[in-house]
Design a protein around this ligand. Structure first.
Ligand SMILES: [Mg+2]
Ligand SMILES: [Zn+2]
Length: 198
């Protein structure tokens, strides 16, 4: 192989490495049942385990992006421990610990949690594909807000009931963003993702 061919080959390899496929996963209501209970007793969504394994096996980079207002450092570590116990793999956790009234830039539907997670996987602000999978409108809006930082769009997959009902007092924005995909659960997302359609 000539020196030039070697360089071209190297460049091609670098291109593949620098354009990752990324799935950012919401925690409550997406990977585990959304319950306000004792932490550490999460009930895994039935489809979550196989979905994670399928995505991983097919080359998707995975991270968890979650709002945990008021959580301690210990609790974040616990999410990492719980997720690695549940899935038998280490998954990086990006967590906003602020409360709504703090007005931070990372609490979904703001973008920073997502952009931090995406930038963790890519060096040049480019990706082959980037998705957030979540159960709330705030996940979808965070994807839309993240997209302005990249040449490609950060797409959103809404799981769970097909409406935008959200418990609590969060006011819904006037124009709700439209997810790129509506699916029943993360298992359906995983099968669509590995089919190469998205
Ligand atoms: Mg959620
Ligand atoms: Zn925050």
């Amino acid at each position: 192989m000539s020196a030039r061919a070697k360089i071209v080959k190297k460049a091609k390899v670098a291109e593949v490495i620098e354009k990752p496929k990324i799935v950012l996963l919401d925690w409550d209501g997406t990977l585990v049942c959304d319950q306000k209970g004792e932490f550490g007793n999460e009930v895994l969504m039935p489809e979550a385990y196989s979905a994670i394994r399928i995505l991983r096996r097919n080359g998707w980079n995975l991270a968890i992006v979650t709002n945990q207002p008021g959580a301690s450092e210990r609790r974040i570590t616990e999410i990492e421990i719980v997720s690695s116990r549940l899935f038998n793999i280490g998954i990086k956790v990006f967590c906003c610990r602020h409360r709504r009234e703090d007005g931070c830039g990372c609490r979904k539907p703001m973008h920073k949690l997502l952009t931090n997670a995406i930038n963790y996987f890519c060096y040049d602000f480019q990706f082959e594909s980037a998705w957030i999978v979540g159960d709330k409108w705030s996940d979808v809006l965070a994807a839309e807000r993240s997209s302005v930082f990249y040449s490609g769009r950060v797409k959103a997959c809404k799981v769970g009931d097909f409406g935008y009902h959200q418990k609590g007092t969060t006011p819904l924005p006037g124009n709700l963003p439209v997810p790129d995909l509506f699916v029943k659960d993360i298992g359906v997302f995983a099968s669509i993702a590995i089919s190469g359609v998205i």
